[in-house]
Write a protein that binds this ligand. Structure first.
Ligand code: AMP
Length: 284
């Protein structure tokens, strides 16, 4: 695996081989979920490049940028063993240069849902991904469904700015009890780790209610909230049901159009961790 740290390295790597390039952006502290993105990329690309960059601009001042887990050696071994062709791990200066004046905002989507609780987060995400795409010029960008709003925000950015890249969404990898794998799960105490399974259980309960014919949004939300309460998860940023394509609010009860899939999205805080998860209610 080649290790690249500056844009000249990347341009050289990009020019030296032919075929299609798949790109997997990450913030490191890699787990099996990241590796499933890598495998999806390998299956659909001739060469795969992953990046590890803990992007300061997507963290608000009070958030966990300083203590975000950084495990560069272990990550490098995981990627090399998984057959990744190249790893790009740039410095902050390499990405942003001396005095950047340009940002990418995807609005109002970026201020909704997680954006309500993390002001500026999606501007940071969209801007860094735009920079990375310009440096790497991949054919396909692989993103996890786990960060569902991020996937929809970046799809919109790529569409609006006519960026020549195809976005591929990859299903969420879960622990045995259903908890979505996340670098932030390591913040959880053993007791909180047990509680955290309640997030997936809440999504499953709403999914089951939908499958049994429940179409009232308030009932679906109440169903999920009951399960969160049973798991003693009290700090809920939001539980929402939205249109899975646009993340817009869904029509009033009973007016579901067949083509609109509903997605339930949940964001909670458990101790030091903010955890998110989602489920398409109409999927089988
Ligand atoms: P992160 O390192 O948390 O920024 O995530 C990098 C990429 O991995 C994003 O596209 C995430 O959506 C994706 N990802 C994170 N956790 C999972 C998971 N459990 N299953 C699948 N993809 C994931």
């Amino acid at each position: 695996m080649e290790r690249l740290t500056d844009r000249q390295d990347v341009w050289r790597w990009r020019r030296q081989g032919g075929g299609s390039v798949g790109f997997v952006p990450t913030m490191g502290a890699l787990h099996a979920g990241h590796l499933s993105l890598l495998r999806a990329a390998q299956a659909q690309s001739d060469r795969v490049i992953a990046s590890i960059f803990v992007n300061p601009t997507q963290f608000a001042a009070h958030e966990d940028f300083d203590r975000y887990p950084r495990l560069p050696e272990a990550d490098q071994v995981l990627l090399a063993e998984a057959g990744c062709d190249a790893l790009f791990s740039p410095s902050v200066a390499e990405i942003y240069g001396e005095d950047p004046h340009t940002v990418v905002r995807v609005e109002p989507l970026g201020s909704d849902l997680c954006g309500r609780f993390r002001p500026g987060h999606f501007q940071g995400v969209a801007t860094v991904v735009a920079i990375l795409l310009n440096m790497l010029r991949p054919d396909r960008l692989f993103l996890g469904w786990k960060d569902y709003q991020q996937l929809i925000v970046l799809r919109k950015m790529v569409q609006d700015l006519a960026m020549p890249v195809e976005i591929v969404g990859v299903p969420t990898l879960r622990e045995a009890d259903g908890l979505a794998m996340s670098s932030r799960n390591r913040y959880l105490t053993p007791a909180q780790r047990q509680q955290a399974a309640g997030i997936h259980q809440a999504l499953m309960a709403a999914h089951q209610a939908w499958q049994e014919g429940e179409r009232g949004v308030e009932s679906l939300l109440a169903c999920a909230r009951r399960v969160l309460a049973r798991a003693d998860i009290r700090e809920i940023d939001y539980v929402e049901v939205r249109d899975a394509d646009t993340l817009e609010p869904v029509p009033a009860m009973g007016r579901w159009e067949k083509q609109a899939d509903p997605v339930m999205l949940i964001a909670v805080r458990l101790g030091a961790a903010r955890l998110i998860d989602n489920r398409i209610l109409s999927s089988t």
